[in-house]
Structures are given as structure tokens and as C-alpha cells.
Design a protein around this ligand. Structure first.
Ligand SMILES: [Zn+2]
Length: 341
């Protein structure tokens, strides 16, 4: 009799039991330090470009803010673009936020632009131009292009299909063959983005937050978990359990990080952000990050923040909606959290 389903379930439970056994022999602090180091390593390590010389490609005055286009490079020979949105009212030492998009056509999609770079004056899609919403709150925003999307799709994919939605599959599979992951490459570029952004004269380096949606939230949570410079985090359309989301619903291969379940289930790993402020947001009808998994993540993270004595630093919003950005409460929360420091 074929019992593959039971077998996989048993493996999942065995991994959970092993994690619990390991955790019993160490202090909460030691466990957190171990998990942070392991999470960074699990994504695969990359040689860094130590001589990046950022280039400003353009500067456009928009309504209430300036939109700069910057080119950065975290890895040797690999550059990427990022929009920096600067409120007209910004002074030196304004709070900043890294805005991380997920699947789609890249930084333009969250910065109020169409794929061809022209202004998107139509009805906003599920991203709701969230980088623009954040700059309109008075925050300096940087929105980097995540590798594999938009202008960062591979030529090999575009040669096969000029409308290829992304290069996640080709990039992920080739990196996996080398013991690396696309998540690791993307996180490395985001950490470099943080280095650059912290040095901008408009930005207060002690007041930087991060907002990620969907696949961008996977990256945002890892960056926040491993780098204490992130003061506050908003994770949208992603907080869940692995079991209820990427292990139950078919997702893009770029969501899967080898060995990660040996470290922890998703709520526990998101909990590495504690005690720093964290906002969890999800649509009640999100079909790919289901509501039951979101509720479980909220429950576990509430316990974790309570144990750390900082219950007030965890907020959440289950808004009526699908797999999309709301920001109805989280963006004001982020602004207030970064402002009060
Ligand atoms: Zn993907």
C-alpha cells in the first residue's frame, strides 16, 4: 500500500520533535543566536562586491516627493536598480523604510509606475503602489528590484518567451545545484541595500523599517531577523505556517529554502525579530497564505512577544481582502513606531 502522504507527515513531525529536543538544552538567547546564524547560512553564502559605486540614473519630481533611480551592486558583476522616494518635507535624519515587492514586474509596480516606466494612472493592482503610500506618510523609501523580476529577468527566459513573468525557476534551480538559493541571493542584495540606504543623508540610520509583501515578505523577515538595524517590520501576505501555506498550496519554487524546517516553523523564525516591533497583515480570503495559518502564526508570535515582555510590540491586521496589500493600519503604525524613537 502506498503511504507517501503519511510518510511526509511523519517526517514533518520528526523534524518538529528534533527541534524541540535541541531547544530544551539551550537558553532562549543561545537558541535565538543559533537560529539567526543558521537562517542566514541556510540561504547560501555569496561572495560580495566590496567596491560598489552607486550611480544615480535619474531624479524625477513627483507630487509631494522626488523619485530617484539608483544602481547598486551587491555581488561581483551583478547590478540592480532601486527607486528612492524622498518626501519633499524630508530633512536629514528622516525615518526610512525598505519596500520589498514580491512576484510581478518589480520595483516599478510598487512605485506608481507601469512596466514600461510610465506613470500608472489607472486603478492600482493588489500592490496598491505601497512604496508611494509610504513616502506619502513622510518616510524616505527605497524600493530595490528583486532579482528575477521585471528588468532583472534572465535573457535565457526572455529568449524563450518575451513575456516570461519571472526567472524564479531558472535562477532557483541553478543556484540550488550550487548549494545556494535565490532567497539567499535576494537577501544578500537587500542587506547591501540596507548598507547603502543607511548612508543616505536624508535617512536616520537608527530609524529604518522594512515592509514586504508576499515573496518580498519572505525576504523582509529574513533581513529583519538577521540584521538588528531594522527597527520595525511590516510583513504582508505571508505570515503563516509553512505547513498551511507553501507546504499545502503550490507556490513558486523561490519560496522553498532547503533545511529551513530543521531550524523552525515559520512563526518561530519570524519570532527572531522579537523584541523589535512587528506588524503582521493578511487578507482574510488570501488563497495562497490561508487565514488559519495566519491565525496560528499570530497566536504563536503573541506568546513569544509576551514571554519577551513586549506584547505591545506585536500588532496585526486581518483585513477583508485577498492576496494583496492593505496598509490600512500597518502603515500608520510603522510611521508612528519609527517617529517616536
Ligand atoms: Zn518566485
Amino acid at each position: 500500500m502506498w503511504t507517501g502522504d503519511t510518510y511526509l507527515e511523519d517526517l514533518y513531525k520528526q523534524a518538529e520533535a528534533k527541534r524541540n529536543f535541541t531547544a530544551r538544552s539551550e537558553s532562549p538567547e543561545a537558541k535565538q543566536a543559533r537560529l539567526k546564524a543558521s537562517l542566514r547560512r541556510a540561504a547560501g553564502e555569496f561572495e560580495l562586491n566590496k567596491q560598489d559605486q552607486p550611480v544615480r540614473l535619474e531624479s524625477v519630481q513627483c507630487q509631494g516627493y522626488t523619485r530617484e533611480r539608483i544602481e547598486l551592486s551587491a555581488l561581483p558583476g551583478l547590478s540592480f536598480g532601486a527607486y528612492v522616494l524622498i518626501p519633499d518635507a524630508a530633512t536629514a535624519n528622516t525615518p526610512g523604510v525598505i519596500a520589498v515587492h514580491g512576484h510581478g514586474y518589480g520595483s516599478r509596480q510598487i512605485s506608481g509606475l507601469l512596466e514600461d516606466g510610465s506613470a500608472d494612472t489607472g486603478e492600482a493592482d493588489g500592490y496598491h503602489h505601497f512604496a508611494v503610500q509610504l513616502v506619502q506618510k513622510g518616510l524616505v523609501v527605497i524600493a530595490p528590484d528583486v532579482s528575477g523580476f521585471g528588468e532583472r529577468r534572465l535573457e535565457a527566459d526572455l529568449a524563450e518567451n518575451p513575456d516570461a513573468p519571472n526567472s524564479c525557476h531558472r535562477m532557483s534551480t541553478q543556484l540550488l545545484m550550487l548549494g545556494k538559493t535565490l532567497t539567499g541571493l535576494r537577501v544578500t542584495e537587500l542587506l547591501h541595500t540596507l548598507d547603502y540606504f543607511s548612508g543616505r543623508q536624508e535617512v536616520d540610520p537608527s530609524r529604518i523599517g522594512i515592509v514586504g509583501f508576499s515573496g518580498g515578505s519572505l525576504l523582509a523577515f529574513i533581513v529583519a531577523a538577521v540584521d538588528e538595524r531594522i527597527l520595525a517590520s511590516v510583513l504582508i501576505g505571508f505570515p503563516n505556517t509553512f505547513k498551511d501555506s507553501i507546504m499545502s498550496v503550490r507556490h513558486c519554487i523561490c519560496n522553498y529554502v532547503p533545511d529551513i524546517l530543521k531550524l523552525g516553523e515559520l512563526p518561530e523564525l519570524i519570532g527572531l525579530i522579537a523584541p523589535r516591533p512587528l506588524f503582521l497583515e493578511s487578507g482574510s480570503n488570501d488563497p495562497i497564505f490561508p487565514v488559519e495559518g495566519f491565525k496560528q502564526a499570530v497566536k504563536e508570535l503573541k506568546q513569544l512577544y509576551a514571554q519577551a515582555g513586549v506584547s505591545e510590540n506585536l500588532q496585526y491586521d486581518l483585513f477583508p481582502g485577498a492576496h494583496e496589500v492593505s496598509g490600512r493600519n500597518s502603515f500608520d503604525w510603522l510611521h508612528a513606531t519609527l517617529a517616536k524613537r
